[in-house]
Design a protein around this ligand. Sequence first.
Ligand SMILES: [Zn+2]
Length: 135
Amino acid sequence: MTIIEKPLPIPNALSQPYWDAAHQGRLVLQCCASCNTVRHYPRLLCTQCYSDQYTWQESLAKGKIHSWTVAHHAFHVAFKEDLPYTLVTVDLNEGVRAMGVWRSAQQPQIGMPVQGKFLLSEGRADLQFNALASS
Ligand SMILES: [Zn+2]
């Protein structure tokens, strides 16, 4: 039986710092050096002022669920064994949206506070989210 490898992201000059941090278990976000607008995913220009100057800021990876879905069909055959799995889009506290795999035993709900964390395995850095207990 042929084992099909899961595809890996191919970093470019813009996204390499993101992936370098991800492989250290850290979520970093681009921040415009001119107007401080945070953006995610990495882009060349600021969406607010079109500056091409930016810095990277560390995120606590906390936010609230914007939406979620359960995948029943693999977009790539290598992910078929993972089915079904739940994906969430999260409005991070920094004001940008990120997507990840849902790992909590709880049913995801829109607006639910969550904590993101990278799962590092086999050269992969997959962003995952868990329910954050409210206090
Ligand atoms: Zn800007």
